[in-house]
Write a new protein. Structure first.
Length: 420
C-alpha cells in the first residue's frame, strides 16, 4: 500500500510507515498511480486531472474513501446529503437511534470517516453517514438503506464546473438503491424532487410548509406523520431547542428517517432534549451590552446564510464574506431589507458583497475578524444581533470554518471583557 501526498511532511508519517505503508511525499508520481490496483482519493482531490490520466488509460479504478469503505463495512447505512443542514441532521439521526437502544455509528463528512468504522461494525450496526458531493461523485456501488436529501442550492462551484454537475454528484446517493430501500426527500425543494425523480427506492416526503398529504409535516404544534387516514404525533415543537425555523427542516428529516428505522416517538423526543445544535451552527455565543452574537460559521453558501438571517425578526448585522465559491449575494437582499441593520463585509469576497448589497443595507468593510466583531457591535447597538453567516468558504483567512468560528467567539469574548 502506498500513500501519496502533495505535502512534504505528514504528522502521522512514522505511524504509517510502522504499519507497512509506503509514503511518497511532495507530489503524485504518474508511474506509481499507473501501476496501482486501485486508487483511493481523498474527497478533497479532484480526479479529473492529468496525474490520473495514465492510470485511467491502463484501466486502474479510481474511487473515493466512501466507496472504498462501503465495500468492506457491515451493517446498514443511512446517508444524508444536501447543501445545508447535513451535520445537524446526521447528528440528530444518530441521537435518535441511540435513544432507541440501537447501535449507531455517526460519521462520514462529519467526524469519523466511514472507513474508520469498518473494524468495529457488526451486522446490527446502523452507520449514519454525512455525504458530500465530493464523496458521492466517486461512488460506483455505494448503496444506502435510507438516503436523505435535505435541500439543494448553488454551492461548490469553485470545484464543480456547473450547477448540473454538482446536482448529479448529489443524486448519486440514490444510484444503487432498489425498491427495498428508502429515499427521504424535501417536498418543499423542487430541485431535490427533480433530481431524485429516477430513484428506484420508496419515496418518503417531508415538508416544513405542510404541502404534502402523505409525509412528515408540522401540524398543530407537533411534528407528525400525516397519511391519507390521519396523523401520528411524533414530536412536540416545544421539545425542539434549536435556533431558527429552518432547523425544523432538519428535525423533520431526522424524524422521517428514524421512523422508517423503527424508532418510537418517545426516543425521538429524548434525543432532542438538551440538544441546542452543533458548534458553529446557529451557536449562541454571548450577549454584550444588549447585543447578541451568534456563530453560524458553517453557513458557507448563500442559501445557508439566507436561512440564518431569516431566523431573526429584526436588528441583524450579518458578517458576510470569505473565499467566494459561487452563488449570488444579492439573494441576501430580501431578508436583509426587512431584518438587517448592516452587513460587515470580510475577506476576498468583500467587494462582491458590497456590490450586491450596498443598495439594500449599509455595508461596512472589516480587514480582520476583530474589526468585524467590533464594527458589528457598534452597528447592532443597542439591541440587535451580530450574526456570523459568511456565505463563503474560510480559506482566505482561516484553515476551515471551525477555526473561523472559534476566532469569532474569541473576539466576542474579548469584546465582552472590554465592555464589562
Amino acid at each position: 500500500m502506498t500513500l501519496t501526498d502533495m505535502r512534504e511532511t505528514l504528522d502521522a508519517a512514522d505511524r504509517l510507515r510502522a504499519g507497512g505503508v509506503e509514503l511518497e511525499l511532495g507530489g503524485h508520481r504518474p508511474e506509481t498511480l499507473a501501476s496501482a490496483d486501485v486508487i483511493v482519493t481523498s474527497p478533497g482531490v479532484p480526479t479529473e486531472q492529468p496525474v490520473f490520466d495514465a492510470a485511467r488509460a491502463r484501466g486502474v479504478e479510481t474511487i473515493g474513501e466512501l466507496e472504498f469503505a462501503w465495500r468492506w463495512v457491515t451493517g446498514r447505512v443511512i446517508a444524508i446529503t444536501g447543501t445545508k443542514g447535513k451535520s445537524t441532521t446526521t447528528t440528530l439521526i444518530g441521537r435518535m437511534l441511540e435513544a432507541a437502544g440501537r447501535t449507531a455509528m455517526v460519521g462520514g463528512n462529519i467526524g469519523t470517516p466511514l472507513s474508520a468504522q469498518v473494524e468495529a461494525a457488526t451486522a446490527d450496526t446502523v452507520h449514519v453517514v454525512e455525504t458530500s458531493s465530493f464523496q458521492l461523485e466517486t461512488t460506483t456501488t455505494f448503496h444506502p438503506w435510507i438516503a436523505v436529501w435535505l435541500n439543494f442550492a448553488d454551492d461548490h462551484l469553485d470545484r464543480h464546473p456547473t450547477v448540473a454537475s454538482y446536482a448529479a454528484a448529489k443524486a448519486r446517493i440514490f444510484a444503487n438503491q432498489d425498491a427495498g430501500d428508502w429515499a427521504v426527500l424535501n417536498a418543499d425543494d423542487a430541485a431535490v424532487l427533480e433530481h431524485a425523480r429516477g430513484a428506484a427506492a420508496a419515496r418518503v416526503l417531508f415538508s416544513l410548509e405542510g404541502t404534502v398529504r402523505d409525509g412528515f409535516v408540522v401540524d398543530g404544534g407537533w411534528i407528525v406523520r400525516r397519511t391519507g387516514t390521519g396523523i401520528e404525533r411524533l414530536i412536540p415543537i416545544g421539545a425542539v431547542e434549536l435556533t431558527g425555523r429552518h432547523m425544523l427542516n432538519n428535525v423533520l428529516a431526522a424524524a422521517a428517517a428514524t421512523h422508517i428505522a423503527g424508532v418510537q416517538p418517545e426516543a425521538m423526543v429524548q434525543a432532542l432534549r438538551g440538544f441546542h445544535g452543533l458548534p458553529h451552527v446557529m451557536e449562541p455565543v454571548a450577549e454584550v451590552g444588549g447585543v447578541r452574537f451568534v456563530n453560524d460559521s458553517k453557513a458557507t453558501n448563500v442559501e445557508a446564510a439566507r436561512r440564518s438571517i431569516e431566523s431573526f425578526e429584526r436588528g441583524v448585522v450579518a458578517i458576510v464574506g470569505g473565499r467566494y465559491k459561487g452563488g449570488d449575494f444579492a439573494e441576501l437582499g430580501e431578508p436583509l431589507a426587512t431584518r438587517g441593520r448592516a452587513v460587515i463585509a470580510i475577506g476576498e469576497a468583500a467587494p462582491r458583497v458590497r456590490k450586491a448589497l450596498a443598495g439594500v443595507v449599509r455595508v461596512i468593510d472589516a480587514p480582520s475578524m476583530r474589526d468585524a466583531v467590533e464594527r458589528g457591535y457598534e452597528a447592532a447597538r443597542p439591541d440587535g444581533v451580530v450574526l456570523l453567516a459568511p456565505a463563503c468558504s474560510s480559506f482566505d483567512w482561516f484553515r476551515d470554518y471551525a477555526e473561523r468560528g472559534e476566532v469569532f467567539k474569541e473576539e466576542v469574548q474579548r469584546l465582552r471583557r472590554r465592555e464589562q
